[in-house]
Write a protein that binds this ligand. Structure first.
Ligand SMILES: *Cc1c(COP(=O)(O)O)cnc(C)c1O
Length: 385
């Protein structure tokens, strides 16, 4: 038998052991943990909708009308009218013919990649893509090629050199640990030139980018029958789940073939009711995106580290790169001591030597929260020198 205790000990030695904080409540920008209140920069609730009273009321009303659970998978008897209607709204919202709901983004990516790629396919994937996309590739029988982060000449060379009968390019639209945006217009141009499909994971762009929060494709004003789009509903949308949107055949084949669609219980219909309300708020309350932009600007203008590297982004994710695991952990702990939660992100989630604080902003933050964070980081940096 493998020595699991030794594996855990080695994680401990390399400061890679992870711990779960038990959260008593997390609402807007505030978290209560162990009876103490913290200012949190750790949530992906970018628009502050998770705690919105109207979304919560819709969830309760949905549960009262439809019960606590869907009862079965979509293909058996779990596909409720509210799921069907939400799928239509989501498709319309992102400008695609059709959308399918999933209970998580992880499953949605497994479904999309395993449906779009088979043994005749070669997959081209950005090296910093989300783990779920990487896992999905390993479930296919496709060859795959991981190109350096957003290096389009490398992608071009790889596409040019490929003799595969079918090609699929897979990318995050907004990279989850850096917050930078993939040049989707240029990636799509390469897909057109080399006759490839494009799968875009917009977990962090949906609701945040583009007019009305329609996401990264709208941000670049892109539409193409080559594109399949994955958006998550547990981040900016503030609820749970995900969807894949795309052309008729691509989505229909997913219903027929995708194991992560077929062999799992549909998410509770009450979530679809809450999401329908949340989608309306995403679209109509553009002040949430304006506020996020204003808060980002304040952080970018105010944070000027000397020892560390701040890599500001045009999204809600603002990474502060500290390098060493122990330093990222020490600073995250020091911030917690003064009542601020910013998670330390370590390899293998990020490349070795780039341990960081992942600062994530939300429309629920106040300007004073940003100032408090900047002041605490200045003090923490002084103490490290
Ligand atoms: C969070 C995330 C996912 C997974 O979505 P879940 O709904 O949390 O399972 C997929 N891709 C990216 C880029 C993500 O950040």
């Amino acid at each position: 038998m493998r020595d699991l205790e030794a594996e855990l000990a080695s994680l401990q030695t390399s400061q890679s052991l992870r711990h779960r904080r038990v959260v008593d409540s997390h609402a807007g920008s505030k978290a209560t943990i162990g009876g103490r209140e913290f200012l949190s920069f750790s949530s992906n609730d970018y628009l502050g909708l998770a705690g919105d009273a109207r979304v919560v009321a819709a969830l309760c009303e949905g549960a009262q009308r439809f019960g606590a659970g869907a009862g079965a998978s979509h293909l058996v008897s779990g596909h409720h009218r509210v799921h069907e209607e939400l799928e239509q709204r989501l498709a319309e919202f992102v400008g695609m013919p059709r959308a399918l709901l999933f209970s998580s983004g992880y499953l949605a990516n497994l479904a999309a990649v395993t449906t779009l790629a088979d043994r005749s396919t070669e997959i081209f994937a950005d090296r910093l893509n989300h783990a779920s996309l990487n896992d999905a590739m390993r479930l296919t029988r496709s060859r795959f090629h991981r190109y350096p982060h957003c290096d389009l000449s490398a992608l071009e060379r790889a596409l040019e050199g490929s003799r595969a009968a079918d090609k699929l390019v897979v990318t995050d639209a907004v990279f989850s640990m850096d917050g930078d945006i993939a040049p989707l217009h240029r990636i799509l141009a390469l897909c057109e030139r080399f006759d490839a499909r494009l799968l875009v994971d917009d977990a962090h762009g949906f609701g945040v980018l583009g007019p009305g929060g329609r996401g990264s494709l709208a941000h670049f004003a892109l539409a193409s029958p080559r594109i399949v789009y994955m958006g998550t509903l547990g981040k900016a949308a503030g609820v749970s789940g995900a969807f894949v949107a795309g052309p008729e055949n691509e989505t229909e084949l997913m219903i027929q073939r995708a194991r992560p669609y077929i062999y799992t219980t549909a998410s509770p219909p009450a979530l679809a009711v809450a999401l329908t309300r949340s989608l309306e708020l995403i679209e109509t309350e553009s002040w949430r995106r304006d506020r996020l932009a204003q808060l980002s600007r304040r952080l970018i203008d105010g944070l000027r580290p000397r020892r560390w590297r701040f890599a500001p982004s045009p999204t809600a994710i603002q990474p502060l790169i500290l390098g060493a695991n122990h330093e990222a952990l020490a600073v995250s702990d020091a911030l917690a001591d003064v009542g601020i939660i910013v998670p330390a992100i370590r390899p293998p989630t990020v490349p070795a030597g780039t341990a960081r604080l992942r600062i994530s902003l939300s429309a629920a933050h106040q300007e004073a929260d940003i100032d408090q964070l900047i002041a605490a980081l200045v003090r923490a940096e002084e103490n490290m020198a």
